[in-house]
Write a protein that binds this ligand. Structure first.
Ligand code: ARG
Length: 583
């Protein structure tokens, strides 16, 4: 409903400046909440720049300073039932809305269609429709699931959730590292010291053990190296026995991951992987040759020149001298295959920043091949996390992180005096623990590195995921306590006190915040919004009792609290957090 107010302001403004309402809407923004509560909306940036037809039309005096010009413009804007006051600043015009209408419109909409709030705004309409493929998580079979994979998992999930909420058709792809020479090693290693028994009981651990051991032995034992080369050759030639063992590794790994991702609240539409595209690389190379993009070097490798001048000052290697393909070759094949299969409009890859050059090269080659859609492929890069460890030491398995978050959270909850008696304390602790991890990770710019510290992550005070969950649970408990009293939002006139107004003003920003996050794919805008909302509602909760207040005030307050709860829950879900009702 924020768009109702933006439109009302745009309507009055458009009469003066002669620019269409639709063009003005994106230039009107909610004023960040302050104690003064003077105005609710304002024009963005310098009005002279954004509405440059003004001067031409003589709507404002050509001379005079910015303040005078803005004032002259503001004077011409009509007040109406919704826009009560117009205040000129230096190049910015502020608008004060009728507070009763503000409360009424916002809360009405939040109650009739809580899940559509914000996401259906005019501001976001241009983002609707089309298909987005998000590739994320993408761990490597038998190798560590490190903090980078965890970040990719939660960031990719956030991006997919956001796009979906804004009305895109979203395809979630996990691109496993399930091919390459290391599978020669793994296969040969498994044939020497693997155990089918252990593979069934602790699959990920066992594969990792075998992988570590075979890597150690290959250093000193030449026969291991040749056994690995032999196993890989059998794999590439699709020899039954080797392929069967590889398939087993893959299947077991995917099944395990599915189970663990479910705990995290993440799922995928497709588990693809490098193995699917190795067979397609030959075609890719042929096409590159036909297009005269692939050159053979003296060493016998196949390369693509990426330099601007055509002097090979930068290039990518696509074929080794023995004819085998590389990581990037498979990525080119995978991109072409996905385009054909899914017909995406945009594709997003989520990995740590060490792969930025790889993705630049990938997009460069796709575009040199004549695929204009390469422009709509993006790499969302993130920084490194230092010091994420569990009782077992450095993070090797995703499940260890979840266990650690859960057990630490259980401890914290036991020590807290406000904790409730829960039916499923373990599940709640896990959900809260995971939210804490997510918020910690999403607070800053994704590209920044950060130091991980469990105690800081799991604090209940300050801007943490625990605080968000706690706020949500408190609102749920308030609403539960009053569940028997049916309340309506018909009369919201008691909500004109400063606490209520702050909350309402803040809700006006939700769609803008979603837009910001959709534009730069950074979750921090949404995180900050939800944190501020939680702080505002905490003080509203303190100052605006429901119990013991006159019926009209009590009803209006319940209406407000229930609206805030649904916005909080929706925002949390977009971030990938499952809100808890009790904690
Ligand atoms: N498996 C890779 C790794 O762990 C990440 C894959 C990223 N995606 C891609 N299309 N290359 O580093």
């Amino acid at each position: 409903m924020a768009c109702f107010f933006r439109r009302s302001v745009a309507l009055q403004l458009s009469k003066v400046v002669g620019v269409s309402e639709d063009a003005l809407i994106p230039l009107i923004s909610a004023v960040p909440v302050s104690k003064k509560h003077v105005c609710d909306l304002r024009t963005t940036s310098d009005l002279r720049v954004s509405v440059n037809s003004l001067l031409q039309r003589g709507a404002v005096p050509p001379d005079g300073d910015l303040q005078t010009q803005t004032q002259a413009l503001a004077n011409q804007i009509k007040r109406d039932a919704v826009v009560e006051e117009v205040v000129a600043g230096r190049g910015v015009i502020h608008f004060r809305l009728n507070r009763l209408i503000l409360a009424q419109k916002l809360l009405e909409q939040l109650h009739s269609e809580p899940d559509g709030f914000g996401v259906k705004s005019d501001l976001l309409r241009h983002l609707q429709g089309g298909r987005t493929l998000v590739e994320f998580s993408s761990p490597n079979i038998a190798k560590k699931f490190h903090a980078g994979h965890l970040r990719s998992t939660i960031i990719g999930n956030f991006i997919a959730n956001l796009k979906k909420a804004l009305g895109k058709d979203v395809i979630r792809v996990n691109y496993l590292g399930d091919w390459g020479m290391q599978f020669g090693l793994l296969g040969a290693g498994f044939e020497r010291f693997g155990s089918q028994e252990k593979l069934k009981t602790r699959p990920l651990e066992h594969l990792f053990e075998v992988y570590v051991q075979v890597n150690r032995e290959v250093e000193s034992d030449e026969s291991v190296r040749s056994a690995a080369a032999e196993f890989y050759r059998r794999l590439v030639q699709r020899e039954d026995q080797a392929l069967e063992l590889w398939r087993q590794f893959r299947e077991i790994t995917v099944d395990e991951y599915k189970r663990i991702y479910q705990r995290l609240g993440v799922d995928f539409d497709h588990y693809s992987g490098e193995s699917f595209h190795d067979g397609q690389t030959q075609n890719v190379l042929e096409e590159l040759k036909t297009k005269r993009l692939l050159k053979t070097t003296e060493k016998g490798t196949g390369v693509v020149d990426l330099s601007a001048m055509g002097d090979m000052s930068s290039y990518a290697t696509l074929v080794r001298s023995d004819g085998t393909s590389l990581y990037i070759t498979r990525d080119i094949a995978a991109a072409l295959d996905r385009k054909q299969r899914f017909g995406f409009d945009e594709m997003i890859y989520v990995t740590d920043k060490s792969q930025s050059v790889h993705f630049q090269q990938l997009f460069h080659i796709l575009s040199a091949m004549g695929h204009e859609w390469a422009e709509r492929c993006h790499h969302v890069a993130f920084g490194l996390v230092q010091g994420m460890s569990t009782r077992r030491g450095e993070v090797v398995f995703l499940e260890d992180v979840l266990e650690e978050a859960r057990s630490r959270m259980i401890n914290n909850m036991r020590q807290s005096r406000t904790s409730k008696v829960l039916e499923e304390p373990e599940l709640t602790a896990e959900r809260v623990g995971i939210s804490a991890l997510i918020i910690q990770d999403f607070k800053g710019p994704l590209i920044s590195d950060y130091k991980f510290d469990w105690d800081k992550v799991l604090q209940s005070q300050g801007d943490t995921g625990v605080f968000l969950q706690y706020t949500h649970a408190r609102l749920c408990s308030l609403l539960r306590r009053h569940a028997s009293e049916s309340y309506s939002c018909r009369d919201v006139s008691p909500l004109t006190d400063s606490r209520s107004v702050s909350v309402l003003q803040h809700l006006l920003r939700y769609d803008e915040v979603l837009l910001q996050s959709a534009n730069d794919l950074q979750p921090r805008h949404l995180v900050n919004f939800l944190m501020t909302l939680s702080h505002l509602v905490a003080s509203a909760h303190r100052e605006l009792p429901v119990k013991g207040s006159p019926a009209a005030a009590a009803q209006a307050r319940l209406c407000l609290f229930s609206a805030v709860r649904s916005v909080l829950a929706n925002g949390m879900r977009i971030l990938g957090i499952t809100p808890v009702d009790k904690m």
